[in-house]
Design a protein around this ligand. Structure first.
Ligand code: F0G
Length: 456
C-alpha cells in the first residue's frame, strides 16, 4: 500500500477552540507579540514544541493506574529500569524529572572550570548546564550540517577531524566526556549515522574519553539509519538503537520526546563509579534513586512509551508526516532547512522575509503571521532566541534566522497538517508586507521566553 496512515485510532479527544482573526489580533497585542505569553486555549494548532506534548496510548494510561507510589523500591522503578537496560544496555539507570535534570547531574560530576565538552551541537539546556559549572561547551558539527539548503543523509554528524584537533589542542585531561545529540535538534532534527558514532568512538577511545549520547530522539535517529545507511535495512529499530548505545558509556534522556510521555527522563551509565556519584547528587536535588523526581505512574508511562516508540509503523508515519509538511511548504515557496528532520520543520526566515533585518527579528515576524492568519503557534530560533548585543550596542545575529514547526507525537492528523500548509501559503503570499519587531522589555537571560515586543 502506498498510503501511510496514522498507526492508531483515537479513543479520547480534546476539543479545539476556534478564534477569529480579529480576536487573534487582540490576543497577540495583549501578549506583546510573544507567543509564549498566549494562553494555549487560544491556540488552534500548537507546534511550539514536540516535548511533553505527545498523546499517550491506552497502555500508558493503564500504566498510570498501576503506578507504585512507594518512596523506596517501587515496582514501577524496576519495570522502568528493566526497559531502559533492555534498550540501552546500560546497567545503571537513574530516573530524573526531565532531560535537563539529567544534564545538570552529569555536569555537576563531570564539569567545572577548565573543562571542555565537545558535541555535534549541544542543545541550549545542555550548553547552559555545562557553562553553569564554568566548563566550556564546543559544537563540532560537520560541514554539511551548516548549509540549510543542502540535501544530505546525515547532517547531524560530528566533524571527526575537528574533534581530534580539539583533543590535541586542549589535551584529553581537560575533556571529561564527549556528547552526541541524536537527532541533532538545534541543527534541524538531522540524524547522526552509525558510521559517525563509530568514528567518534574510535577517536575518543584512543584518548580514554567517554562518549555520552543525548538520546532524546534516539528512535527517530535509529529509523533514519535504517532508511539511509547501508547494511541496516533488515535490522529492527531495537537492534539499531542497541548498536548506537553500545558505542557509548552513558546517556542523558528527556522522555518527553521519544519516551512518548508528558514528563520524565533519565541518566544511564556503564560505569558503577559514575553512577554512584550521580546518585549522590540525585538524592540531594531530585529524589531517592528509585523515583528521582517522578511519580511511580510517570515511570510506568515512560517504560511503556519507550517500548512503543520502537514500533516501525509508528516511526514510518512519524518521519513521513514531518517530511510531508516540509515538501508542501517548499511547494508553497517557503524555504526550509533541508532535508526535513525527524521531529520538526525549520523555515528559513532570512530567505522568506529578506527585507526584515536580523535586529528586527525576521523569524518573529513569521511566527506572528502564522498565529494571526491561522492560530498556529510556532517558535522563533534566531535573533530573538540567540541574538546578542556587543559592547558598541550593535546587534550580533546568530548564523540562521529560523522558525520551528515542531510536531507533537500522535496528536495531529493529516488534515491538521493540511490546514497548517494552507496557512503557510497565505503567510508566504504576504511575505513582502510582513514587518519586524523591536524589544520593549527583556530579562537578562533566555529573553525569548518573556520579552515584550512591539511592531516597528
Ligand atoms: N536535549 C535535547 C536535544 C532537547 O531537544 C531537549 C529539549 C533537552 C535536551 C532537554 O530536555 O526539556 O526534558 O529538560 N528540548 C525541548 C524542545 C525543550 O522544545 O526542543 P527537557
Amino acid at each position: 500500500m502506498r498510503t501511510i496512515i496514522e498507526p492508531f485510532r483515537i479513543k479520547s479527544v480534546e476539543p479545539l477552540k476556534f478564534t477569529t482573526r480579529a480576536e487573534r489580533e487582540t490576543i497577540l497585542q495583549k501578549a506583546f507579540y510573544n507567543v509564549f505569553a498566549i494562553p494555549s486555549e487560544d491556540v488552534l494548532i500548537d507546534l511550539l514544541t514536540d516535548s511533553g506534548t505527545g498523546a499517550m496510548s491506552a497502555q500508558q494510561w493503564a500504566g498510570i493506574m498501576q503506578g507504585d507510589e512507594s518512596y523506596a523500591g517501587a515496582k514501577s522503578f524496576f519495570r522502568f529500569q528493566e526497559v531502559v537496560q533492555h534498550i540501552t544496555g546500560f546497567p545503571y539507570v537513574i530516573p530524573t524529572h526531565q532531560g535537563r535534570a539529567a544534564e545538570r547531574i552529569l555536569f555537576t560530576i563531570a564539569g567545572g572550570k577548565g573543562k571542555v565538552i565537545p558535541s555535534n551541537t549541544h542543545f541550549d539546556t545542555t550548553r547552559a548546564n555545562i557553562e553553569l559549572t564554568g566548563a566550556e561547551a564546543v559544537d563540532l558539527l560537520c560541514a554539511e550540517g551548516k548549509q540549510p539548503a543542502l540535501i544530505a543523509d546525515f547532517k547531524g554528524n560530528m566533524d571527526v577531524e575537528a574533534l581530534e584537533a580539539l583533543i590535541e589542542r586542549v589535551g584529553p585531561d581537560r575533556i571529561p566526556l564527549c556528547m552526541l545529540t541524536v537527532t541533532n535538534n538545534s541543527g534541524g532534527g538531522q540524524p547522526v549515522s552509525m558510521a559517525n558514532i563509530r568514528a567518534v568512538k574510535a577517536v575518543l577511545e584512543r584518548y580514554g574519553i567517554p562518549l555520552f549520547l543525548d538520546a532524546c530522539r534516539f528512535a527517530e535517529n535509529a529509523y533514519f539509519i535504517k532508511c539511509r545507511e547501508p547494511g541496516y535495512q533488515d535490522k529492527s529499530i531495537l537492534e539499531i538503537a542497541r548498536e548506537m548505545f553500545s558505542y557509548a558509556d552513558g546517556c542523558t534522556m528527556s522522555a518527553k520526546k521519544d519516551g512518548l510521555s508528558n514528563t520524565g527522563g533519565f541518566l544511564a551509565f556503564r560505569d558503577p563509579q559514575w553512577a554512584q556519584q550521580a546518585r549522590e547528587v540525585l538524592i540531594v536535588t531530585e529524589g531517592f534513586p528509585t523515583y528521582g523526581g517522578l511519580a511511580g505512574r510517570d515511570l510506568e508511562a515512560v517504560a511503556q512509551g519507550l517500548l512503543e516508540v520502537l514500533d516501525e509503523h509508528y516511526l514510518k508515519y512519524r518521519v513521513r508526516s514531518v517530511a510531508y509538511l516540509g515538501e508542501k511548504l517548499l511547494a508553497a515557496g517557503i524555504p526550509i532547512v533541508q532535508p526535513p528532520g525527524g521531529h520538526a520543520i525549520y523555515i528559513d526566515a532570512r530567505s522568506l522575509v529578506p527585507h526584515i533585518p536580523p535586529e528586527q527579528f525576521p523569524g518573529q515576524a513569521v511566527v506572528c503571521a502564522f498565529y494571526l492568519e491561522g492560530g498556529i503557534r510556532t517558535v522563533e530560533i534566531g535573533s530573538l532566541m540567540f541574538g546578542k548585543t556587543d559592547a558598541a550596542g550593535n546587534h550580533v545575529a546568530p548564523p540562521m534566522e529560523l522558525v520551528r514547526l515542531a510536531i507533537p507525537r500522535r496528536v495531529y492528523t493529516q488534515s491538521h497538517i493540511d490546514y497548517v500548509i494552507e496557512v503557510a501559503a497565505l503567510v508566504a503570499q504576504q511575505r513582502e508586507q510582513l514587518r519586524g519587531f523591536r524589544i520593549l522589555e527583556q530579562p537578562r537571560f533566555l529573553r525569548h521566553f518573556t520579552a515584550k515586543l512591539a511592531p516597528v
